[in-house]
Design a protein around this ligand. Structure first.
Ligand code: SF4
Length: 98
């Protein structure tokens, strides 16, 4: 991994930490799983210019795909109803990550 890639991942992680704090979520406490999602977000940002969800398929239509730029339009309902978002990046504070 290049220095730039490491810096990008660090930037995305810092952003995710702030977002989680602000919305009373927690990040996945499983560091390995967390790293995979952060890496995917950073890669998409680098490749496509937006941090598209690494767990969902892009259609290639920018307008449609805006829905899956992290934080996607689904995350709040998923965290509320299922305990975590689809990628298991954000968890409800009282959820028990597997
Ligand atoms: S599922 Fe989670 S990681 Fe993926 S875009 Fe939505 S909030 Fe971000």
């Amino acid at each position: 991994m290049t220095k730039d890639e490491t810096a990008e991942e660090h930037q995305v992680l810092t952003w995710a930490e702030h977002f989680a704090k602000k919305h009373h979520f927690i990040l996945n406490p499983d560091k390995k799983k967390l790293d995979v999602v952060i890496r995917g977000l950073a890669r998409n940002k680098r490749k496509f210019g937006e941090q598209y969800c690494p767990c969902r398929l892009r259609s290639g239509d920018k307008e449609k795909d805006a829905a899956i730029i992290c934080p996607c339009i689904y995350h709040a309902d998923e965290v509320e109803q299922e305990g975590s978002c689809h990628c298991s990046l954000y968890f409800r504070e009282d959820a028990q990550p597997e």
